[in-house]
Design a protein around this ligand. Structure first.
Ligand code: NAD
Length: 456
């Protein structure tokens, strides 16, 4: 059987391999999932929680070894790789309880009618996931899908098949056969899964592939949850704490080598503050140690592969040719390394200001005022996250004018416990977390009857 080999982006060495699933085998895998679904659904939310709860301890115990494998596979610093798995394990029991509640029937009544809202399984769910958070991205989709009573076929990214497999092994050790299966491969396997007899496709990945999946799903009107890319702006207001803003920008532009869907990719700074801000940002960037994720103290690892780096380099070159000024970084190293770059005097007409970079580049765009910042920040097809730094009341007023699903004020975009992870516009539809997020994996069924006159 052909193998999918996973390579270490720090040095090109093979990390391991999995058997590729022939695309022709996908319909039979989906049929197996369908056969397993009624018995899984019959367990009810509490029964399903019991079948999944053992995964919490397994994940925590495996965090060191599986986290090391994650880092070798895609490059992020070891503490972040281990943390991704440990935190998934630590949060699991609470998530299961939250999901039991979300999928338990609810009563709603008015004067005349008593209704029960049931949250039924949809059937078979396909989960197609990216490589940048190769453990937690599958988890965000697979767990609510299973807890809703669906069976799941997961296709992890071809860049991180070992971590995808580790996730399924750790989560699924106590599950009945056919409840959680993995398909390994690239776009051919993803396409086969979307074309198969599935009831829901939950996808996290690029806008381009999201568009292909939506077109392919149209024929069968398959339900979709699409979490797509971003081009997140950071708006620095005239009264912002510039040092804090620069510290945040360096962290949020270069974390995971800039390969986070909510990475800060564009920074709008009032012209009078721009020289100082750029100096601060360059100084903060200089503090970040670049190297293999397994090395002590490294904050920025390699990019996931040379192809993704070539895309970033092409955007950088085009921007410089059009007048942007590179203040630091941008030099390719061995493996898939790219030194974190700060690009000043970026113009909104440049590709790098409008299309997702997904690499370690922070672009500074000098603006005349707040209105110009808001107008430019909103002028991309994306709308995932946005950040505003400045006096809180003013920043909140600016947040009301930004078209994004999640906005952070003087901090990152992550919301309080129970709030969803959500994109606006072409950053996708469907979202994760919180009761409403979980319920997207279920079919709502409303059963109603009249309230007898005497009981009204
Ligand atoms: P990608 O779109 O290239 O691939 C994602 C997955 O889709 C992979 O498993 C891939 O094999 C599969 N695939 C490719 N073509 C397919 C097709 N035609 N049909 C079905 N499946 C197909 O994305 P990537 O490079 O793995 O991940 C990076 C992207 O993910 C970035 O755009 C990033 O912003 C986005 N992302 C978004 C979020 C979010 O929450 N919105 C989170 C993480 C990543």
């Amino acid at each position: 059987m052909a193998e999918l080999i996973s390579y270490n982006p720090a040095d090109g060495a093979p990390v391991g391999a999995v058997p590729i699933t022939p695309a022709e085998a996908v319909p039979a895998i989906v049929a197996r999932a369908r056969a397993a679904q009624p018995a899984w659904a019959a367990l009810g939310p509490a029964g399903r929680r019991d079948a999944l709860k053992g995964a919490a301890a397994r994940m925590i115990e495996a965090a060191e070894s599986a986290g090391r494998q994650l880092t070798l596979e895609m490059g992020k610093p070891l503490a972040e790789g281990v943390g991704e798995i440990r935190w998934t394990g630590r949060a699991l029991l609470d998530e299961l309880d939250e999901m039991v509640e979300a999928f338990t029937p609810e009563r709603v009544a008015d004067r005349h009618t008593r209704s029960t809202l049931h949250y039924d399984p949809l059937g078979v769910c396909a989960a197609i996931t990216p490589w940048n958070f190769p453990f937690s991205m599958p988890h965000w989709m697979v767990l609510p899908a299973l807890m809703a009573g669906n069976t799941v076929v997961l296709k992890p990214s071809e860049e991180t098949p070992l971590t995808g497999q580790a996730y399924a092994d750790l989560l699924g050790a106590d599950l009945p056969d056919g409840v959680l299966q993995v398909v390994h491969g690239a776009d051919a396997q993803g396409k086969a899964l979307v074309a198969a007899d599935v009831d829901l496709v939950a996808f996290t990945g690029s806008r381009a592939v999201g568009r292909q999946i939506m077109a392919a799903a149209a024929g069968r009107l398959t339900r979709l949850i699409l979490e797509l890319g971003g081009k997140d702006p950071l708006v620095v207001l005239a009264d912002a704490d510039l040092e804090a803003a620069a510290r945040f920008a360096a962290r949020n532009s270069f974390r995971n080598a800039g390969q986070v869907c909510v990475s800060t990719e564009r920074i709008y700074v009032p012209e009078p503050l721009a020289d100082r801000f750029v100096d601060l940002l360059v100084a903060e960037t200089g503090k970040l140690k670049v190297g293999p994720g397994t090395e002590d103290g490294v904050r920025v690892g390699p990019m996931v592969n040379a192809r993704q780096r070539a895309h970033v380099l092409a955007q950088l070159e085009a921007a410089e040719a059009a007048g942007a000024v590179r203040r630091c970084g941008g030099e390719p190293g061995d493996g898939a390394f790219l030194a974190p770059a700060v690009l000043d005097r970026v113009d909104h007409s440049m590709d790098i200001a409008r299309e997702e970079t997904f690499g370690p580049v922070a672009c500074v765009i000098r603006v005349a005022d707040e209105d110009e910042a808001v107008r430019l920040a909103n002028d991309t097809p994306y709308g995932l996250g946005a950040i505003v730094f400045g006096d809180e009341a003013r920043a909140e007023a600016v947040a009301d004018r930004l078209r994004a699903g999640m906005i952070g004020i003087n901090r990152g975009v992550g919301g309080a416990q129970g709030t969803p992870w959500v994109g606006a516009r072409q950053s996708g539809f469907g979202y994760h977390k919180g009761t409403a997020g979980h319920r997207q994996f279920a079919q709502v069924r409303v059963v109603s009857r009249a309230i007898p006159r005497g009981e009204r």
